[in-house]
Design a protein around this ligand. Structure first.
Ligand code: AHG
Ligand code: MN
Ligand code: MN
Length: 338
């Protein structure tokens, strides 16, 4: 039996494709992978280490934090802040950019992350994950300012997620397709198992929180209602539904076998144009989905082209198999122009 290609080997070999690369990026990704292994270990130990349940704190989004949200956030900050490869970090769990400790060089990259996505699922044994996005700092070598992070998703240098599911996986892209690695627990290494993941253009599976049906805008309701009419409806075929409630798990399924994921605009809170956050949820997932041959829009605009206005901005998200995403987007655009 052979070990196979480890994540570190893959990263280093991929870096060799860029003549003159300093190795900073390879080191940064390796350190991030260590943080993800640590988070996965806490998630899997759960109650044994007192990691489940809510903390007494809320985050900037007004959401109750789970203990694992804080554990995961701290794990990433502490695994990354000493490296000298970053000039700043932004997280779902912090109001503003993290201040790097003194005495450490400021690097050329920015790290944006959702430390534990789907954390309301931790107490009930359902898959959760970590989402990350890496940008180039506009000015290397100094502390990043909030405005430095406000770059459209097309400028991401790397995007990925760690899935803490039935297997632990790390999936990422640097713009040359999407590759997935499975954690081999006996040696503590992520090993390449899913090479060049591709999302089929067509699908018969969708993911949406159906309980919000009455709050959706008309084009989304029209689209889902047509799917639910099955063979008797205009689509002439049956569609299946899956909704984990952890975006990482739902997107991972789509990268493995296709599907469409929707967290659309709804009318519950007109001040919030969606639930998911642009910089560390929508952008990295849109990057991965596009790299795997799928599409990602808000219903009216390609997600990766949105010019961000603030760190915790929310956007509607429709992503996955190209033909279905294009169909909903067309329904939304027709409504806008009528
Ligand atoms: P987070 O746990 O980081 O706040 O994100 C949860 C997100 C996402 O993972 C998931 O798709 C969505 O919230 C589920 O929302 P509903 O509970 O409204 O279905
Ligand atoms: Mn999340
Ligand atoms: Mn989260």
């Amino acid at each position: 039996m052979q070990i196979g290609t480890t994540l570190s080997q893959f990263i280093i070999e991929e870096t060799r494709l860029y003549p003159g690369a300093s190795g900073d990026f390879a080191a940064l990704l390796n350190d991030l992978a260590v943080a993800c292994k640590f988070i996965g270990a806490q998630v899997y130990r759960g109650s044994l280490v007192g990691a489940l349940g809510s903390a007494d704190t809320g985050n900037v989004q007004g959401e109750i934090q789970k203990k694992l949200d804080i554990i995961s956030n701290d794990a990433i900050l502490k695994s990354m802040d000493w490296t000298g490869h970053l000039s700043g970090m932004v997280s779902e769990e912090m109001d503003g950019p993290y201040t790097l400790p003194g005495g450490i060089p400021r690097g050329k990259y920015l790290l944006l992350f959702d430390p534990l996505d789907g954390s309301s699922n931790t107490d009930v044994g359902i898959s959760v994950g970590t989402i990350f996005s890496i940008l180039r700092a506009p000015v290397a070598g100094r502390d990043a300012e909030p405005a430095d992070f406000l770059q459209p998703g097309v400028q991401q240098v790397c995007a990925g997620y760690a899935l803490y599911g039935s297997s632990s996986m790390l999936v990422y892209s640097t713009g040359y397709g999407v590759n997935g690695f499975t954690l081999e627990p006996s040696i503590g290494e992520y090993v390449l198992t899913h090479q060049q993941m591709r999302i089929p253009d067509e699908t018969r599976e969708y993911a949406i929180n159906m309980s919000n049906h009455r709050h959706w805008e008309n084009p989304v309701r029209r689209y889902i209602d047509e799917l639910n009419q099955g063979t008797a409806g205009p689509r002439g075929q049956d569609f299946n539904m899956r909704w984990v409630g952890s975006m990482v798990a739902d997107v991972h399924r789509i990268l493995c076998r296709g599907g469409i994921f929707l967290y659309p605009f709804d009318t519950r809170n007109p001040g919030k144009p969606g639930k998911l956050r642009l910089l560390y949820e929508a952008n990295p997932m849109a990057f991965l989905v596009e790299q795997a041959g799928g599409a990602a829009t808000t219903g009216r605009q390609r997600i990766l082209e949105i010019q961000p206005e603030n760190l915790h901005q929310r956007v509607p998200v429709i992503l996955g198999s190209r033909c279905e995403v294009e169909r909903v987007t067309q329904y939304c655009c027709e409504e806008s122009s009528s």
